[in-house]
Design a protein around this ligand. Sequence first.
Ligand SMILES: *Cc1c(COP(=O)(O)O)cnc(C)c1O
Length: 220
Amino acid sequence: MDSSLASIPSALARVRDRIANAAARAGRPAHAITLVAVSKMHPLEAVHTAIEAGQTVFGENRVQEAQAKFAGINAELHLIGALQTNKAKDAVRIASMIQSLDRPRLSDALHAALAADGDRPMLLIEVNVGDESQKSGVPRNQADAFINQCIHRFGNRVQGLMCVPPLGANPEPHFAWLADRAARHGLPVVSMGMSDDFEAAIRQGSTCVRVGTAIFGRRM
Ligand SMILES: *Cc1c(COP(=O)(O)O)cnc(C)c1O
């Protein structure tokens, strides 16, 4: 096993510890926070190693890479990257959760792709909390209307909100804003926090952290 693979179990254990400590400081149980191990751009062997170390939930950005890697693997897969409408069918087939529902055309495409009686994938609505022009996510000032439309259309399948705050700025006000939006809409899941800021996200009420680098190392 090469050294990057060998370090995955201990890195994973360290991240789990940090999640538990951050949760305890916030007066929340550790099990209230789901750890999504973001395996994008890491090989299948890395996923296997994490599974052997007890990890059950993984995140990928691209549908094609996710299909190639996770076909036949017994793990929960979350799609967390910008999703093209022409990939909606494939996305629905492989994902247990799609975290990046962010515009009406994608809502239409997912609606068409979903089996009427299927209960997966669950959906999170991504909000562009920093209103950055190059980022995906529904703009902040359209978020309430879009969330309401999606809840009306998809019902309980819409579980919550997701964000990636602007790089280099203090993320906490953005995390606080997202958690407050989710609460106002009665949505239980708040997906926020990555390798560099998941403890701050947990302090602000995150229920789902998406951690790649701190588990798998730098992406090639
Ligand atoms: C890549 C990615 C992550 C993981 O980022 P790290 O900094 O490697 O932990 C989390 N969320 C999204 C949406 C990503 O694209």
